[in-house]
Design a protein around this ligand. Structure first.
Ligand SMILES: [Mg+2]
Length: 423
């Protein structure tokens, strides 16, 4: 059966999150700022039309904020993550299979659904997400993930005409879009790849689709070749794989009961940091940025949430460095007296581990760090996660989820470890 994929994308995600709780921002030019370097990390359509680029330093547009023509919001990552989770909950209730790709995008697998019903299903998904969460989204649907992503780009390009839903399954129509779209709009073709492709006269998506695959593989890598095949409708990426690694890794949980003590939060955050570090190593990435957040229930009379971003001195995948950064962040944001309901970690600013050249003057890596992390991952993979862990991560916790079903003691207690007979 031919495959059908969709991509659901939150429009101006952070700005839209702010608008849910502050409707006065709707229809007005709004930017969200990163809280470490004061740059623009999200823009409303109105701001995009004013020509403000992503990543613009705040001081360059401060005069627009001062004279009232742009509204600036500081980022509230705890809120954005929570809204993102709610969007995913709606998606999960409506489609058979999905993959959370980033805080504002999810892929869905729509294979097997009647082609004539796809358009109305996507419009239903869109309106359910808006009705239940208040988040405006666009949906692109195509024969492959790469085409779904490009069709979603088209839905943004022609929002009014398409109602933010673009479903293209016929090759001829798809190729028309490929001939229109610049190659830089293709999933996985970042600015560096785009420049190199342009040197080979590949400027439009259709050029990449039709280019000799062997040459692509030889001059780039197998992922670019796969991307080109995907543009022609050949499925190379299924849910959970794609040309570029994840852009961030989140590890977050609701607590099983309210938590008041800093120590308990420290343990929780350390466990999440360790879990995120394992995922990071699996992806072969190093992180340059650790975000931490804590929050009470939104429904508490005295609701409180706080978050911060720790930039790392050197990119790392060492659990110890990530836990340390998370703890430093937690110390900064913790306030006593609140009944905390949730905490989390978000790793971002990834760079591939292979070929990473560190800053000459940065803090040197700890001795044998790679060997230790490899050993821990191996033991935990074989014996169950948590078998080897750092002292701050608790063996069992009062705040944890009701997860008795997974805490089989042979993976968490030394004296009940699996016995291996040697010889
Ligand atoms: Mg988006």
């Amino acid at each position: 059966m031919s495959k059908v994929f969709g991509l659901i994308d939150c429009h101006s995600c952070y700005v839209s999150c702010e608008r849910i709780f502050n409707p006065k921002l709707i229809g007005r030019p709004v930017v969200v700022l990163s809280n470490n370097d004061g740059a623009v990390v999200a823009r409303s359509d109105e701001v995009k039309r004013m020509g403000v680029k992503m990543g613009t330093p705040f001081f360059e547009i401060k005069h627009l904020v001062d004279n009232g023509s742009v509204i600036a919001c500081s980022s509230n990552y705890a809120l954005y993550q929570d809204i993102s989770n709610r969007v995913v909950q709606v998606i999960r209730s409506l489609v058979p299979a999905y993959e959370v790709y980033s805080i504002d995008e999810s892929f869905i697998d729509l294979t097997g659904i009647k082609e004539s019903e796809l358009d109305s299903l996507c419009r239903e998904i869109k309106s359910q997400i808006y009705k239940n969460v208040g988040m405006p989204v666009g949906v692109g649907v195509g024969r492959t993930k790469t085409l779904a992503k490009l069709n979603n780009w088209a839905s943004k390009q022609w929002k009014a005409k398409t109602g933010s839903v673009v479903v293209i399954l016929e090759k001829e129509r798809q190729n028309k879009l490929l001939a229109f779209a610049d190659v830089g709009e293709v999933w996985g073709c970042g600015s560096r790849t785009k420049k190199r492709l342009e040197c080979m006269n590949i400027t439009k998506a259709i050029h990449l689709a039709e280019f000799d695959k062997k040459t692509l593989r030889q001059s780039f890598n197998v992922n670019i070749e796969r991307t080109a095949r995907e543009l022609q409708g050949e499925v190379c990426f299924n849910l959970e794989d794609g040309p570029e690694p994840k852009q961030n890794i989140a590890s977050t949980r609701m607590f099983g009961k309210r938590v008041y003590e800093l120590l308990e939060l420290r343990q929780a955050v350390a466990s999440y940091a360790a879990r995120a570090a394992v995922k990071l190593r699996k992806e072969g990435q190093l992180t340059g940025c650790v975000q931490v957040f804590i929050q009470t229930s939104r429904f508490d009379d005295n609701a409180f949430s706080n978050a911060t971003i720790i930039g790392l001195e050197a990119h790392t995948d060492d659990t110890r460095e990530i836990i340390a950064a998370a703890q430093a962040g937690l110390t900064r944001i913790f306030r006593t007296g609140y009944p905390y309901a949730k905490a989390g970690i978000l790793l971002s600013q990834f760079t591939p581990k292979s070929g990473y050249v560190g800053d000459l003057f940065a803090k040197p890596k700890r001795k044998n760090a790679d060997e230790l992390m490899r050993l821990m991952d191996r033991v935990n993979q074989l014996q169950g996660s948590g078998t080897l862990r750092f002292a701050i991560e608790p063996q069992s916790s009062s705040w944890g989820m009701k997860r008795q079903y997974l805490s089989q003691s042979y993976t968490t207690k030394w004296n009940e470890l699996i016995k291996v007979k040697i010889g």
